[in-house]
Each structure stands twice: as structure tokens, then as C-alpha cells.
Design a protein around this ligand. Structure first.
Ligand code: ZN
Length: 325
């Protein structure tokens, strides 16, 4: 029981934010060096955005602590999901959120690649460009932004529970990259169903580490019923410039519990940032952290996989809550 105190004092000089999902996190600024890009089609991130990109894949989501939805997994089938993309822009410039048809198609291609092993494929049905600076700037999954999100979704959503609506916005006032609804939310709140993404998380749009389109891959994982591999844990966000991890915490009992309800994702205490070679926050439990899993927070180029258990859960969730609609 002395370990938490040791940890606290050991890391007292590092900014640490402790929180419970799904609160939106505001982290302190930190010096960054980002890749430069000379291509004019790339959005140059302002200082505030650079901080939020470089620190974390911050998001606010609908997962509630203690929400523990579980069901029998099933083997992957062959499911094609119709996708409606709503490009909400402040203006038609790229900086204003004005993604092109080819930008959207590039994102769909990433999804089809990342979900290749899952049984799901994505068919782009329509791209709908909407100029609405209010929605672009103020939609979030927070108390302040939800009324705008509700209005936006009600005015534009297409299809039914089995169809995927994606909205791209600016999230200008918070460090959010995206958020999603879960399949079991559909029955009680069908009009909120779908995924909202910061527009410059689409492939090649921003100059940071979340620029390969895998924020969409991650959020659609939630839309298909997946949690984070560190779900339900006491999330300790460590300063991203530190390579230290909370090895000692695994002896404190915090690694117990159902986690993400997927048997083959090892127990994990906190989110991953960057792309560490070695990270194991629950050393007394089998396996190391899911650094390369699409449902962790690692850099886009670090994310490569869903586990067989996650694939079975997604297929079961789709069959249970979305198919047949
Ligand atoms: Zn997430």
C-alpha cells in the first residue's frame, strides 16, 4: 500500500492528470518537435493543436465507468457497412474543414485495410458537405457542445442502426480527436448514433502523429462495441515525454476486473502514448500492454491490430444491436 505514495513522490515533478473515463482531459502544455511537411495540402497545426495532438489521442466518449456490457462472441461473418460522411465545415478551405471527396475516399480505404481481418468492410454511399461554422466550432461530447451535436445529427443522419454516419468537425475548443456511440445505446438514443471526428485526423491532413486515419478506425471500434484495453482501470496519464511506466502499480490490485470484456487483450492499467517498444503495466498478469492495438491511444503508425477476441465481440455486437435494422 505504500507504492502509490512512492509513485506520487517519484513523479511529483512530472505533470500527471488522474481521471476517470469519459471526462475530457485538459493536459498541461509541453514542448514538442513535430515533423515538418512541405505539402500544401497539409494543415499546419497551431500551437494549441500541436500540444493536443502530440500529447494524446484525447477524446470524450460515452463509456461510463462501470458500464460492463458483455455477450457471447461470434465468429466473423462478411458484413458490408454503408457509410454516410457529413463534412461539416466552417468554409470550403482545407483549414476550414473542407475535406474533398478524395480525402474521404482515402479514409474509407484505411478503414477497409484496418478492418480487413474482422469481416467488416465499408462502402461509401454519400459525402455530404455542410457549411455551418457553429457546428464546426462548437460540436463536442461535452455538456456545452452536445446541444449542437444533437442538432447536427438530427438534421443530417441517414440510414438505420446498421449504417454508419460519420461527421467531421473542428472540435476547436477542446483537444478531442473523436468520439463515438456504442451499439447498445441505439435503442434508447437512435438519433445520436455514429462517429464524430476531428476533420484533420483523416489521412494526410495534419502534420502530427495522428495523421494516418486511425482515429476513425479506433472510434468505429467503439461503434462496433469495443472498449479500450485499459477500460475500467484507474487511468494515470503520464507525461508523454517520459518513458517511465507504472510497473509497480500492478502489485496494487488495480489490474483486476473485467477490463474490456475481451479475454485475449492483456490487462492494462493505462493508455499508451507514442509507440514504446516495451510497456507492461500489469506485470503480474499474462501478456504485455496492447501498444499496437487499434483501441489503445498509441500513435497512428504504431497501430496495427485487433485481437481475435475483439473481432468476435464486434461481430456479436453488430449481430445483437445493429443487424436486421
Ligand atoms: Zn476510444
Amino acid at each position: 500500500m505504500i507504492f502509490p505514495n512512492i509513485l506520487f513522490f517519484s513523479f511529483a515533478l512530472l505533470p500527471i492528470v488522474t481521471h476517470s473515463a469519459p471526462t475530457t482531459i485538459v493536459l498541461p502544455p509541453t514542448p514538442q518537435t513535430l515533423r515538418e511537411c512541405g505539402t500544401s495540402s497539409v494543415v499546419d497545426l497551431d500551437a494549441e493543436a500541436q500540444v493536443s495532438y502530440a500529447i494524446s489521442r484525447i477524446e470524450s466518449e460515452n463509456a461510463r465507468p462501470g458500464e460492463n456490457v458483455s455477450f457471447a462472441p461470434i465468429a466473423p461473418g462478411a458484413t458490408t457497412i454503408d457509410v454516410y460522411v457529413h463534412v461539416v465545415q466552417a468554409n470550403s478551405s482545407l483549414e476550414g474543414g473542407g475535406l474533398s471527396q478524395s480525402d474521404v475516399e482515402a479514409q474509407i480505404a484505411v478503414l477497409n485495410e484496418d478492418y480487413d481481418s474482422t469481416g467488416f468492410s465499408f462502402d461509401l454511399v454519400d459525402v455530404n458537405s455542410i457549411t455551418n461554422p457553429i457546428w464546426f466550432h462548437y460540436v463536442t461530447n461535452t455538456e456545452e457542445g452536445l446541444p449542437y451535436a444533437t442538432e447536427m445529427k438530427a438534421a443530417t443522419a441517414r440510414g438505420s442502426a446498421k449504417d454508419l454516419n460519420i461527421w467531421t468537425v473542428g472540435f476547436s475548443t477542446v483537444g478531442t480527436l473523436g468520439y463515438a456511440t456504442f451499439p447498445w445505446n441505439y435503442t434508447t438514443d437512435p438519433t445520436s448514433d455514429g462517429v464524430v471526428l476531428r476533420f484533420d485526423t483523416f489521412p494526410g491532413i495534419n502534420s502530427g502523429v495522428y495523421n494516418l486515419g486511425r482515429t476513425a478506425t479506433h472510434e468505429i471500434g467503439h461503434w462496433l462495441g469495443l472498449y479500450h484495453p485499459f477500460q475500467g482501470k484507474k487511468i494515470l496519464l503520464l507525461h508523454p515525454l517520459s518513458s517511465l511506466t507504472f510497473h509497480l502499480a500492478s502489485s496494487s490490485g488495480e489490474c483486476e476486473g473485467n477490463g474490456d470484456n475481451v479475454a485475449d487483450t492483456p490487462r492494462q492499467l493505462n493508455a499508451t502514448y507514442g509507440c514504446p517498444t516495451i510497456k507492461d503495466t500489469c506485470i503480474l498478469a499474462p501478456g504485455s500492454d496492447s501498444v499496437h492495438n487499434f483501441m489503445d491511444y498509441s500513435d497512428d503508425d504504431c497501430l496495427t491490430e485487433f485481437t481475435p477476441g475483439q473481432i468476435e465481440r464486434m461481430n456479436a455486437a453488430f449481430e445483437t444491436y445493429r443487424a436486421g435494422s
